[in-house]
Design a protein around this ligand. Structure first.
Ligand code: AMP
Length: 433
């Protein structure tokens, strides 16, 4: 473009990256409330908190999740540090928790170790409904047991959390993809079946057929979906031990009152899964293409993939908080810490503003949250703000009050006012409704 057609500017204001959002106000509190409630339920079920860093070694994910998966091949945000280390923004939580388990010597604690976490995760996927590049998960992991109750415990806890926020059209879809004894035979059969349909497969699936045939069942391409209908299913190839395990998981779920459907084509894309895999879907009326709200499974071979000399049985999963919060019929939960302002603190004159910190501190100690305007000086402007915000009381500190050591407490709905000595303010606050 010729230089004279474009006015000289300092350049465009930098914009938020695609697929990312700023969370503020009620939306922020809805995330916080949900994560708090989920943590509370997890704590009652015996899980304890863990927080791992957002950046990890890139190799943690390439080894754990496996090459030839979308996450590792296409979706990871990676970077090279000045020191030459290759790091990745975490795309999921299970591999970091397993790394932390070894790094912190958790194998020396009574097993299994039950952990919960929540926070942001990052995948460079194409943004669309229910899919962001920075999204939030609440996850549970039970590390150190091969017992089938662990799967049932995770699924049950997830359904409780989702039920707590009013989602009651939940469908648990579950499947077993076998273990290292029985999966190779299934994989061979699956590959043989798909080879027969080679010419009708999408380009990605032709590649999957070579590198990771199980992932063929994950393809969303309509032509491949059709082929999938006739594909062999893993359950028919389970060895006796896997069959028994799967039956037990289902029995636990039935006893716990969790309804489920066996989805014979559910495999989930990550290499580390073994035996049980599951997803929880909300099928609210009017929702044509329901999105998975949560997913997970058993991952008995992950520890070995990360360098452990022994297999370490484990199971886990994660709820997608963004999708939960945009589900129809969601009941928002207020976080504990954040309270709506009860008092609008009006300060008139420089003299009053000098004393304002003293008053705010009395209010903070009495646990009364406030709103205030630092820039407005007139009484009517500040009362107008208090009204707009719907704050029930105003506390007015003018020059006269500042000199006398008093404040005026105004009930915003009745407009009645009382003058109170600052020394007695704390006691008077106890009577506020
Ligand atoms: P996954 O780690 O892929 O098993 O995902 C677990 C859950 O996280 C899914 O069921 C979704 O609810 C949610 N989730 C996964 N990827 C995204 C994303 N890109 N944006 C929003 N939510 C996601």
């Amino acid at each position: 473009m010729p230089s004279n057609t474009k006015p000289k500017t300092k350049g465009e204001t930098p914009k938020i990256p695609r697929g990312m959002r700023d969370l503020m106000g009620d939306t922020f509190y809805a995330y916080q409330g949900l994560a708090e409630r989920a943590a509370e339920i997890a704590l009652y079920y015996g899980f304890t908190a863990i927080e791992t860093p957002m950046l990890e070694a890139e190799s943690l994910f390439t080894r754990a999740i496996g090459e030839a998966t979308d996450i590792v091949d296409k979706e990871m945000y990676t970077l090279k540090t000045r020191g030459g280390d290759r790091l990745a923004l975490r795309p999921e939580g299970t591999a970091p928790v397993m790394r932390a388990y070894f790094d912190n010597g958790l194998q020396t604690q009574p097993q299994p170790v039950m952990l919960y976490y929540s926070g942001p995760f990052f995948r460079h996927d194409s943004p669309q409904r229910g899919r962001y590049r920075q999204f939030y998960q609440f996850g549970l992991e039970i590390i150190g047991t091969g017992k089938s109750i662990a799967e049932a415990m995770i699924i049950k806890t997830f359904t409780l959390i989702l039920g707590e926020v009013g989602l009651d059209n939940l469908h648990v879809e579950i499947n077993s993809i076998g273990d290292k004894e029985c999966r190779p035979a299934y994989r061979r059969e699956l590959a043989a079946y798909y080879r027969k349909h080679h010419k009708n497969l999408c380009a990605d699936c032709r590649e999957r057929l070579k590198t990771n045939p199980l992932r063929l069942l994950d393809c969303k391409n309509p032509a491949c979906q059709q082929i999938k209908q006739g594909a062999p299913t893993p359950v028919s190839y389970l060895c006796a031990a896997c069959k028994k395990h799967f039956k037990e998981v289902l029995e636990y779920l039935e006893t716990m009152g969790v309804t489920y459907e066996i989805n014979h084509q559910l495999v989930r894309g990550l290499d580390y899964y073994s035996r049980t895999v599951f997803e929880i879907v909300d099928r609210a009326p009017g929702e044509d293409t329901p999105l998975a709200l949560a997913g997970g499974g058993r991952y008995d071979y992950l520890a070995r993939a990360l360098g452990s000399r022994k297999d370490l049985p484990a199971v886990g999963g994660a709820i997608g908080l963004d999708r939960v919060l945009s589900a129809p019929g969601i009941k928002t939960i207020n976080p504990r810490l954040i309270k709506k302002p009860k008092i609008f603190f009006i300060q008139l004159s420089f003299e009053a503003k000098l004393h304002s910190f003293e008053v705010i501190e009395i209010l903070r100690r009495a646990r009364v949250p406030i709103a205030q305007s630092l820039s407005k000086d007139s009484l009517s402007a500040q009362l107008g703000m208090a009204e707009r915000l719907g704050v029930p009381y105003a506390l007015i500190l003018g020059q006269k009050e500042a000199l006398e050591g008093t404040v005026i407490l105004r009930n915003m709905s009745t407009r009645s006012q009382d003058t109170i000595k600052i020394d007695h303010l704390a006691e008077n606050l106890k009577n506020l409704k």
